[in-house]
Design a protein. Structure first.
Length: 77
């Protein structure tokens, strides 16, 4: 009962503290920039997966990008 009431009233704080407890040892063990690179990879993977799930097409419109480059740069013609 106590834990349910605590969760309902302080959900954000509990999640914030739990994420800090999880991320602090990673930061101390691997270093800040390694952790940031890992977070970047996770974000890119999530974004690509989300676009795939929602059938939004590719993240980068390669065909339009190639056509745009072809009009401005000779090697792409």
């Amino acid at each position: 009962m106590f834990w349910k009431q605590l969760w309902e009233s302080h959900k954000g704080r509990l999640l914030g503290v739990a994420s800090a407890v999880f991320l602090c040892p990673i930061y101390l063990f691997f270093g800040f920039w390694n952790m940031m690179f890992c977070a970047l990879l996770l974000f890119v993977g999530y974004t690509v997966g989300k676009n795939s799930d929602l059938d939004q097409g590719p993240l980068v419109p390669w065909k339009e990008l190639r056509e745009w480059l072809a009009t401005r740069w000779r090697p792409f013609k």
